[in-house]
Write a protein that binds this ligand. Structure first.
Ligand code: UN1
Length: 496
């Protein structure tokens, strides 16, 4: 088992580890134990980080992109070497079961190699000029200093989705990780350091959203804020960035549904629902929290789900046999409990779960039993609002059209899925489901890093993390005209 207590977390600014006096404990959600302290920095640390980033970025942008990418390859190899150790640390700070922690670290490794490849692409476009002897092209230019704010539920993967494209494109980064899960940020900064990233290209400032996050959003030299987290915070950030005309990229969750049609492979659907609803204890933006089921198979699906849910083992995710880990903190538990009450009051039928495990069962940890509601309707709050816990509501429907309407009835639009064997339904659904990600015959989770990640409507503001599209967040298009005619040619006028 890896040792965690001996680590002393510090900000990483201009290649130096800078300790901060004020700290708060990081709690292992599986045990309730304080495992170490996280610094609570103030605006002055953000100013120092931006200053360092600004200076470093000028040089970094001049390094040829394939050489910048070399460093990312090194980052990828180091992450690969340290995969098991990092996965265990991730489980300790976040609670997700070790198998999923390994998957998340793998996502970071994949992102390193994928984005390193971009160092030899970063494609621009050439196009003919309307004038003779004139060359026209558009190229990607880095923004300068970029700010990234990352959540506790995917503390390493999401950080790599944002920082790797930023770095390969020639930016310098100021990064505020979630205070619940600072170990992954500390370790990733160590990896960057070991890989030899020039000082100041990546800067990590630990602290709260109200202190560090605000200072980043207000700092005039931060050219973009890329944020993943809660809806309220995202909207506040967007409002302030709008006022400053600062670019902002938001990813703020979902109310994702699995549709099960009457011709579905029901055993497969059960597996897909279980994995995407109760994996990470439902604490994914992509988690399935609604099952829209054709009435012809509703009862069978309920029965099979209940049998499968019985087998879910709950506990400390470091134990390989555990399937469902803890909830991040007590506030998370309280929020889930509130929705259980709301669901009951609204008239949905509770088929399984609905309770927090007792202290005696899990001393100190925050555990909530996997929960299944049925006979929910489209407009109920449990079918509309993000719960971020292991709670799923079944909504019966009569047709594919109705299923799509129910799916699209929420304000979010991140992920959706359909189980069917009918190719016509597959193509109709992928066209009509109003989400940024659509799965066919799989649950709502499991996005791969080389495809764009993000959603429609209230999930975000149109930008995408991950995939080559992430480069659009961290670069600006520059149109370049080179006239080699030797005379002044006026566009729109000197055209024969
Ligand atoms: C998130 O929950 O914000 O698709 C990220 C998935 C993971 C990433 C989830 N690859 O479920």
């Amino acid at each position: 088992m890896v040792e965690v207590k001996t680590k002393k977390l510090a900000n990483f600014i201009n290649g130096e580890w800078i300790e901060v006096e004020k700290t708060t404990p990081v709690i292992n959600p599986a045990t309730g134990e304080a495992i170490l302290d996280v610094p609570l920095s103030d605006a002055a640390s953000v100013r120092d980080a931006v200053k360092a980033a600004k200076k470093a970025q000028k040089e970094w942008a001049l390094v040829p992109a394939p050489q910048r990418a070399e460093l990312l390859y090194r980052v990828g190899y180091i992450l690969k070497e340290r995969k098991e150790e990092l996965s265990q640390l991730l489980t300790m700070e976040n609670g997700k079961v070790i198998e999923e922690a390994r998957g998340e670290v793998q996502e970071g490794i994949d992102m390193a190699f994928y984005m390193a490849g971009e160092g030899r692409r970063l494609f621009g476009q050439t196009t003919p000029s309307e004038l003779k002897d004139k060359f026209a092209m558009s190229v990607r230019a880095p923004l300068g200093v970029v700010g990234i704010i990352t959540p506790w539920n995917f503390p390493i993967a999401i950080a790599t989705w944002k920082s790797f494209p930023a770095i390969v494109a020639g930016n310098a980064v100021v990064w505020k990780p979630a205070t619940e899960t600072p170990i992954m940020a500390y370790e990733l900064a160590k990896v960057f350091e070991e890989a030899g990233l020039p000082k100041g290209v990546i800067n990590v400032v630990f602290g709260s959203g109200s202190e560090v996050g605000e200072a980043m959003v207000h700092h005039p030299d931060i050219r973009v804020i890329s944020f993943t987290g809660s809806n309220d915070t995202g909207r506040n950030i967007a409002a302030e960035c709008g006022r400053q005309l600062k670019k902002v990229s938001l990813e703020m969750g979902g109310k994702n549904a699995v549709i099960v049609m009457d011709d579905a492979d029901l055993d497969l659907a059960v597996e897909g629902i279980l994995w995407s609803a109760f994996g990470t204890s439902g604490q994914r933006c992509t988690a399935c929290s609604r099952v829209i089921v054709h009435e012809a198979v509703k009862e069978t699906l309920e029965e099979r789900l209940l049998v499968a849910m019985e087998k879910l083992t709950i506990g400390n995710g470091l134990d390989e046999s555990i399937k469902v880990g803890p909830i991040i903190n007590k506030a998370g538990i309280e929020k889930i409990k509130k929705y259980i009450e709301i669901g009951k009051e609204e008239g949905a039928k509770l088929l399984a779960g609905g309770y927090e495990l007792t202290e005696a069962e899990h001393k100190g940890g925050n555990y909530f039993a996997p929960t299944l509601f049925t006979d929910a309707t489209m407009s109920m709050r449990i079918a509309q609002e993000e719960i971020f816990g292991p709670v799923v509501s079944l909504i019966p429907v009569k047709s594919l059209e109705e299923a799509i309407e129910v799916n699209n009835s929420v304000t979010f639009g991140l992920s959706s899925s359909i189980f069917t064997r009918d190719v016509n339904r597959v193509f109709q659904a992928q066209r009509d489901l109003d989400t940024g990600i659509v799965y066919v015959n799989a649950g709502t989770t499991g996005a791969e890093i080389h495809l764009p990640f993000g959603g429609t409507k209230g999930t975000g503001n149109g930008h995408r993390d991950s995939g080559v599209q992430a480069l659009d967040v961290f670069t600006e298009w520059k149109s370049v005209y080179v006239d080699y005619s030797g005379k002044l040619q006026r566009a729109q006028i000197d055209v024969e």
